[in-house]
Design a protein around this ligand. Structure first.
Ligand code: ADP
Ligand code: MG
Length: 209
C-alpha cells in the first residue's frame, strides 16, 4: 500500500521549507548562543532552493532525495549542509527508483539517512547535535510501526520524540561542532541543529496527516 508517495514527499519538503522560513530568526538566535548565528538563514536558504519547482520535478523518490541532498550540500554550507545533504543522499540510495514507499520502506530510508549522518559526523547520542533529535524520533517511528500503528500516527509520535529530543539538548555539554569550542558554556542552550531536525520530523508528520 502506498503510504509515502512522491506527492507526500514534496508536501514534506514544502512544509519543511515553510517552517524554516518562519523559524529562521529563532534558529539563528539559538546558533548565536552556541555557534556563529547562521543556522537559520543557512537552512532557510537551502530549503528554499530545494522547493524551486524545477528541483522538485523529479520522477522518483531516489531522484528527488538526491536532488535535495545535493542542493543542501551546495546551498546550506557550514557543518549542517553536508550532514543534512548526506541524510538525503543516503535516503535516496535506499529509496532507489521507487515512486512510493510503504511505512517500513520509509522508515528504512530515514534510518539510512541517520546512519549517513552518524558515519559522516561521528556524533554519539548526547553530544548535543541533530542526532539527539533524529535518533529518538526514528526509534519512536519504528516502535509505533512495530506496535501496529499506521504511518500517520507513527510519524506524529516520531515528531513528539524529536521535539523532546531537541529540548533535551539544553542541559547537554556540546562535544561536536562549533558549540564544543565553548565547553561548559554550551550548557543551558538548546542545540540549533537538533531543533531544525525536530522541524524536519514535524513537517513529515504534517505531510502525512
Ligand atoms: P556551523 O557550525 O558550521 O555554523 P550550522 O550552524 O549550520 O553549522 O549547524 C550547527 C549544527 O550542526 C549544530 O547545532 C549541530 O546540531 C550540528 N552538528 C555539528 N557537528 C555535528 C556532528 N559532528 N554530527 C552531527 N551534527 C553536528
Ligand atoms: Mg552555525
Amino acid at each position: 500500500m502506498a503510504d509515502f508517495t512522491l506527492y507526500i514527499a514534496k508536501k514534506w519538503l514544502e512544509e519543511y521549507a515553510a517552517t524554516l522560513e518562519e523559524q529562521k530568526a529563532y534558529l539563528t538566535d539559538l546558533d548565536s548562543s552556541i555557534g556563529d548565528a547562521d543556522h537559520g538563514t543557512n537552512m532557510a536558504r537551502g530549503m528554499s532552493a530545494v522547493v524551486e519547482p524545477e528541483a522538485l520535478n523529479q520522477g522518483d523518490l531516489g531522484a528527488l532525495f538526491k536532488k535535495v541532498g545535493m542542493t543542501l550540500v551546495s546551498k546550506v554550507g557550514g557543518t549542517s549542509g553536508p550532514l543534512y545533504g548526506t541524510f538525503f543522499l543516503r535516503a535516496a540510495k535506499e529509496a532507489g527508483t521507487a515512486t512510493e514507499l510503504d511505512a517500513a520502506g520509509l522508515a528504512a530510508a530515514l534510518r539510512a539517512g541517520l546512519t549517513g549522518v552518524l558515519d559522516r559526523g561521528k556524533a554519539q547520542l548526547e553530544d548535543k547535535t541533530m542526532v539527539d533529535a533524529l535518533s529518538p524520533a526514528l526509534d519512536a517511528l519504528d516502535a509505533a510501526l512495530a506496535a501496529g500503528q499506521d504511518l500517520a500516527r507513527a510519524a506524529a509520535q516520531a515528531a513528539v520524540a524529536g521535539r523532546e529530543g531537541a529540548e533535551a539538548t539544553t542541559p547537554m555539554l556540546a562535544k561536536k561542532g562549533r558549540a564544543s569550542y565553548l565547553g561548559e558554556r554550551s550548557i543551558g542552550h538548546q542545540d540549533p541543529g537538533a531543533t531544525s531536525s525536530q522541524y524536519l520530523l514535524e513537517a513529515l508528520a504534517k505531510a502525512l496527516a
